[in-house]
Design a protein around this ligand. Structure first.
Ligand code: CUA
Length: 324
């Protein structure tokens, strides 16, 4: 839960610094108020139970009250909050650097998974030409800003990768940007931070930050078509059950299926997890997911569509495991 204070990204580091300043500053009024409370309690005890303290002269009393209101209600908040406002503004600027052009990655929220769209290798922006899709595992280069261009297909989601940066809402009908930058290689967990339905808490994201060269190798491989062409039997089985929602790049002619209703499966076997970060990518988990996805993730859009005892299930899992 304290991921955000153990940053691995430019934004998260700046936010953590700000958080600590706010934490220490907030201790000042806390200590003063608790101190006053202790003084009052001690005084009352010294004066004995039930006895009222001797009343001060009315004029002096009023002056004392006014002084407390001015000091505690106006001066102290100003002294504490003005530096915080300045730091918030400075942090917002520090999170983004402008000396390097950012690479764009499209992120579309669905109930309950993340569709990711990359520019083809060699390009930096999504409007520069060809793009390709993957899902639920966001790969980024270290030391380069990345603009997540976010939208939503259904309801409001929010993307939050605590070790890299703050959150941004994914709102239907609006396109927004969140700039992130990893400062060191690593694998992080992201999550949806806006209640979006029954499986909101099961909408996770793996984020892998690679050194530049490793990232380019990943991009090159990920942009390619399926590693294993399905044979005729698998074309039938996959075409009947899976292809209407899940893309396999290079297998069917473009436009045969809509394909983007569910995660792109072209390189599924190379991902660490399935079902948007909630199950390990193992044979057992794949089988469990395909047989009854509603049991694993209530209210998601995938129906159970294969008889649990069918040999077809084993064939499909075999094939999915070859999609490196
Ligand atoms: Cu998507 Cu909560």
């Amino acid at each position: 839960m304290l991921d955000m204070l153990d940053g691995s990204g430019r934004g998260a580091d700046a936010i953590a610094d700000l958080w600590w300043v706010m934490f220490w500053l907030s201790l000042i009024p806390t200590v003063i108020v608790l101190g006053m409370l202790v003084v009052i309690l001690l005084r009352r005890r010294r004066q004995g139970d039930g006895e009222d303290p001797p009343a001060a002269a009315p004029l002096e009393h009023e002056r004392g009250e006014r002084r407390i209101i001015l000091l505690g209600g106006v001066a102290l908040p100003l002294v504490l909050l003005l530096p915080v406002v300045a730091m918030v503004i400075a942090t917002a600027h520090a999170r983004e650097r402008t000396d390097v052009e950012a690479m764009e990655i499209g992120v579309t929220g669905h109930r309950f998974w993340w569709d990711l769209r990359y520019p083809a290798p060699g390009n930096e922006r999504l409007d520069q030409g060809e793009t390709f899709r993957t899902a639920n595992e966001l790969h980024i280069p270290v030391g380069r800003p990345v603009d997540l261009v976010v939208e939503s297909e259904d309801v409001i989601h929010s993307i939050w990768i605590p070790r890299l940066d703050g959150k941004i809402d994914l709102t239907p009908g609006r396109t927004k940007r969140l700039r992130i930058e990893a400062t060191e290689p690593g694998v992080h967990t992201g999550r949806c931070a806006e209640f979006c339905g029954a499986s909101h808490a099961l909408m996770r994201l793996r984020v892998v930050a690679h050194p530049q060269e490793e990232f380019e190798a990943w991009l090159e491989r990920e942009a390619g078509p399926v590693a294993t062409e399905p044979d005729e039997g698998m074309r039938m089985a996959f075409g009947d059950s899976c292809a209407p929602c899940h893309d396999l790049r290079g297998v069917w002619e473009a436009g045969t299926f809509r394909g983007n209703l569910g995660p792109d499966l072209t390189h599924l076997a190379s991902r660490r997890t399935i079902a948007a970060g909630i199950l390990p990518n193992t044979r057992e988990a794949l089988g469990r997911w395909i047989i009854d996805p509603q049991r694993v993730k209530p209210d998601n859009n995938m129906p159970a569509n294969i008889a649990p005892d069918g040999g077809e299930l084993a064939d499909i899992v075999d094939f999915l495991e070859e999609l490196e």
